[in-house]
Design a protein around this ligand. Structure first.
Ligand SMILES: Cc1ncc(COP(=O)(O)O)c(C=O)c1O
Length: 462
């Protein structure tokens, strides 16, 4: 094994280059980058914890797990060691070649996968690619004239041109449209707090979203659809768990109509909701499943699981230059071992219950918390101007996130939901801390949360 030392630089030189930055450099960087970013420079994660320090030494509790990815916390020691060890062997290989971490990871994922989802494709690019692979595999397993998928109102499947088509349309904030829109037909998702049919809850509506799913298959598509793609718990569009009846019914509808069911478990998988996968929580196994985020333990990873009933790709149908990075695979493999060893799904369930209890207590005192919902450590708090009218408190929500950051709590908002008439909702605080968060950190975060509620409540004008 090679012990790696710098060859053309000194160690000190590289360390200094990577740890020192001036305000002028930041300003210059902001000027040149085409995508806006925050001013905070995150610098030092706490190993295996839910906290991170910025370049000025200020500490934050992170309720976002950095795009819901750091389930095991920042720079978790076992995973970092795995990556550093692997770097001594290989950094990049073409995807036709096997490597030891690849073999280990494929076998591990196949072992923990629910039901018959035992076959898979790995990538080191992320969720959009994982979903696209699922759609492609569905297509190569059906006659090629079947290329229409039903997707959900409020769904999110990535930011590539192809994945913006099944994703909820966001006019104004996104000034282009997804390509291939004719391949996706949308059906209502059971966002019961704002029921698409104006009903109170699923017991009153008789599962109308499911009726609509069948009607969309019957009347909504130009040709027989091939599959139904959904997030069992919608993440980016507002942290909305589907009621179990809907998921169970969707599985039955797919079976009855000979359609494939595709779950995008980019956000739900690997313990966050108290089970390794949402398919286990809902007791409904899809035919294909897209995975990413917490899979990599902090490294870029994606995977697509497929039912053993489905046939495989030809080499020309699925490949890309950076889809087989052995460092990411090594990290992901040890990450999965660790999630099992620490039983993080159970921890997420316990901490999730505690967090929810704290939110419900606050909701009694602060009516702007219109809805508190979620499963395990996958939660959302929807801020409204008035709990009766449910008018979204968009400005207050934005202010809330900024206030929380000032006080040392990293939060984020759901993606904007915008109607074709320009009505705008962006009022759900997304609450998805690392699964290793402690009770004390939750208590500390709740103090900040309450301060923010006190600060933004007077800003609300009904
Ligand atoms: C549910 C869901 N699907 C797909 C994606 C796309 O993943 P990526 O950004 O890695 O392409 C995301 C990312 O946020 C997601 O939340």
């Amino acid at each position: 094994m090679t012990d790696i030392k710098p060859k053309h630089f000194t160690e000190e030189e590289i360390i200094e280059l990577l740890t020192q930055v001036t305000d002028e450099e930041l300003e210059k960087c902001h000027k040149h980058e085409l995508v806006p970013s925050k001013d905070v420079i995150l610098f030092q994660g706490t190993p295996g914890e839910a906290t991170v320090q910025d370049s000025k030494g200020k500490m934050y509790i992170d309720f976002t797990s950095q795009a819901w990815s750091l389930g095991i916390g920042y720079i978790q020691q076992d995973v970092m060691f795995a990556a550093m060890e692997q770097m001594k062997h290989l950094s990049h290989v073409r995807n036709q070649y096997q490597t030891i971490p690849r073999i280990k990871l494929v076998n591990k994922l196949s072992e923990i996968a629910p039901g018959d989802l035992k076959n898979l494709v790995l990538n080191t690019q992320g969720g959009s690619v994982a979903v696209e692979v699922a759609l492609k595999l569905a297509m190569v397993n059906r006659p090629m004239d079947q290329d229409i998928f039903i997707t959900m109102w409020g769904g999110y499947h990535g930011n590539t041109l192809a994945m913006m088509a099944p994703t909820h349309y966001m006019p104004i904030v996104v000034r282009y449209r997804g390509f291939g829109r004719e391949h996706f037909v949308k059906s209502p998702f059971p966002y019961c707090y704002r029921c698409p049919f104006g009903e109170k809850d699923i017991s009153e509506c008789g599962n109308l979203c499911l009726t609509m799913l069948q009607k969309t298959i019957d009347y909504g598509c130009q040709g027989l659809p091939l599959g139904v793609l959904m997030e069992p718990i919608q993440g980016p569009m507002g942290e909305v768990p589907a009621p179990p009846e809907f998921i169970k019914g969707a599985r039955e509808i797919c079976d009855k109509n000979n359609l494939l069911l595709l779950f995008d478990e980019s956000q739900t998988a690997f313990g966050r909701i108290g089970t390794m996968f949402a398919a286990e929580y809902y007791k409904a196994v899809p035919d294909l499943m897209a995975l990413t985020k917490a899979l990599g333990g902090g490294f870029p990873m994606g995977a697509t699981l497929a039912s053993e009933k489905l046939g495989m790709f030809t080499p020309a149908e699925q490949h890309s230059t950076f889809s087989a990075n052995p460092v990411c695979y090594a990290a992901a493999f040890i990450n999965l071992e660790l999630i099992q060893r620490l039983d993080l799904p159970k921890r997420a369930e316990e901490m999730g219950k505690y967090l929810m209890k704290r939110f419900l207590e606050l909701q009694e005192k602060y009516p702007i918390m219109g809805d508190v919902r979620g499963i395990g450590l996958f939660q959302g708090v929807e801020l409204v101007k008035d709990p009766k009218t449910k008018v979204p408190a968009n400005t207050a929500a934005e202010e809330f996130v900024a206030e929380a950051l000032k006080r040392g709590l990293i939060l984020d908002l759901s993606q904007p939901v915008i109607t074709i008439h320009g009505d705008f909702y962006r009022n759900t605080l997304t609450i998805k801390p690392p699964l290793v968060i402690t009770r004390e950190q939750i208590d500390q975060a709740m103090e900040i949360f309450e301060e923010c509620l006190q600060t933004v409540t007077p800003l609300i004008k009904t």
